[in-house]
Design a protein around this ligand. Structure first.
Ligand SMILES: Cc1ncc(COP(=O)(O)O)c(C=O)c1O
Length: 466
């Protein structure tokens, strides 16, 4: 008698969390201007790792198990912008596989920490190189898969289980949740799994439905769809969507309209979604919603439109939802004064400066530096006057011989020879301060305005250059 495959183990059932993938809620947008249309968003951020990619991660791993490409003890390898990696890391851990992920370095630290915390191994690689370059993330993943025995290269860009997951789950869910009444779906394209799978499902179910592409400025897809030209990709900061090539699985034939959305608009719309509707979406959610709102407002008759909250904004709290990051990147424009005040990122009078008191301990100062990810603190007395600057080397000098000195007071270690500049000082004055190894303290007479560091000047110059 042929050996039978062992029955599924009841001793170690799969974690219940896998059964929470998919079946996400659909809610209506009520506080944004949708023109004559009704706009609904599907909350894919409610999947277990917080993105739409959990669906395809489960589907691609189970397809590989079924056809034998993934065996017990195997390694799941993928090139991923983060979210697919999170889904794969979750499913691989649940099913006992090793996960090895190649991730471009522009991806948010939150995603990278999350995949590592799920037990996956991460290879970070460059975001600024394209296909064919030895450090291109997809080429690295393909290479690793040939080198590691028992490796399964998921390759979401060519894997038919990816669009199939949307054809068999996301599509039917939208159809049911809209009561079989939907006119358009607005999608981004990363691997194109969502768009291709939904296109296939609705081709059979509701052939008049319009697929609408939301594409970051810099992606080649919208120019390709509009004039058939495969151009050179630019760069964009929105994560997870936009392409520099046409994926093998892409079926763009049902796309009826395409919108190019800048990073600036994507971030602004995602932030507005949170303030007005209370929905914390990721950066690509801003792109999709911006395109969906444009589409809705352009319509001349009422339509029912669906788009996605593709991933959770939790992953972008230190970027898109952080005003300082937004200002540093030039996405929030502050009123300019035409002097050194324009280079101050954290303004003292707005309560934005992390400082320390002269009578606090060095231990407290160090914890505050680490917590805020800064390497120096202005020392401000109870009257609001800057009396010194404390940096990591000041602390080190004090504590290296005797760690008890973490209890010493800040004033015993700080530098009190201050490099102050007035707002009307020039860049040359600033460079002089940096040459002396210091940070500049900007004072308007005796009013402390804020610090300027080398990295503030670099960010400022980069924006002027851009
Ligand atoms: C963050 C993010 N990841 C992935 C996707 C889906 O991309 P695809 O199914 O084309 O890989 C989207 C789609 O909007 C997205 O916003």
């Amino acid at each position: 008698m042929p050996a039978l495959a062992p029955p599924p183990s009841t001793e170690h059932p799969l974690p219940a969390v896998l059964s929470l993938i998919g079946n996400t809620p659909l809610v209506e947008i009520t506080r944004l201007d949708t023109g004559p249309c009704q706009l609904f968003v599907k909350l894919e951020n409610q999947n277990p790792t917080g993105s739409i990619k959990d669906r395809v991660a489960l589907a691609m791993i189970e397809a590989a198990e079924r056809d034998g490409r993934l065996q017990p003890g195997g390694t799941v390898i993928e090139a991923t912008a983060g979210n697919t990696g999170l889904g794969l890391a979750l499913v691989a851990a649940a099913k006992g596989y090793r996960a090895l992920l190649v991730i471009p370095d522009k991806m948010s630290q939150e995603k990278i920490s999350h995949v590592r915390a799920l037990g996956a191994e991460v290879r970070l690689t460059r975001s600024d190189v394209g296909r064919g370059h030895p450090e291109y993330y997809q080429d690295i993943a393909a290479r690793l898969a040939t080198e590691i025995p028992g490796a399964f290269y998921v390759n979401q860009f060519s894997n038919p289980a990816n669009p199939l997951a949307h054809e068999t789950s996301t599509g039917p869910e939208i159809w049911d949740q809209t009561g079989h009444d939907v006119d358009a779906i607005v999608c981004g394209v990363g691997s194109s799994g969502t768009l291709s799978g939904l296109s296939r499902f609705f081709e059979r179910t509701q052939p008049d439905l319009e697929m609408v592409l939301a594409d970051p400025d810099g992606s080649i897809l919208t120019p390709f769809l509009k004039n058939g030209v495969l151009g050179q990709a630019g760069s964009w900061a929105v994560e997870g969507i936009g392409e520099d090539f046409i994926p093998d699985i892409a079926d763009l034939s049902r796309v009826k309209a395409a919108y190019t959305i800048t990073d600036e608009e994507s971030f602004a719309v995602a932030r507005e979604l949170l303030r007005k509707e209370g929905i914390l979406g990721g950066s690509s959610t801003g792109t999709l919603l911006a395109a969906a709102l444009r589409y809705c407002r352009e319509q001349t008759r009422p339509k029912r439109v669906v788009t996605f909250i593709c991933d959770s904004g939790n992953k972008y709290l230190s970027k898109m939802y952080n005003d300082f990051w937004m200002a540093e990147q030039g996405f929030i424009r502050r009123t300019t004064q035409g002097d050194l005040r324009d280079l101050i990122l954290h303004r003292y009078e707005a309560g934005e400066v992390i400082s320390i008191g002269p009578d606090d301990t060095l231990g407290t100062a160090f914890k505050r530096m680490r917590g805020a990810d800064v390497s120096q603190l202005p020392v401000v007395d109870s009257g609001g006057h800057v009396v010194g600057i404390l940096d990591e080397s000041d602390i080190l000098v004090k504590v290296h011989a005797d760690t008890d000195h973490f209890r010493a007071l800040v004033h015993s270690a700080m530098t009190d020879r201050l490099e102050t500049l007035s707002p009307s000082s020039g860049i040359d004055d600033l460079l002089g301060v940096f040459d002396r190894g210091r940070v500049a303290i900007v004072m308007d007479a005796d009013r402390f305005l804020g610090l300027i560091t080398r990295s503030d000047l670099l960010s400022y110059l980069r924006l002027q250059f851009a």
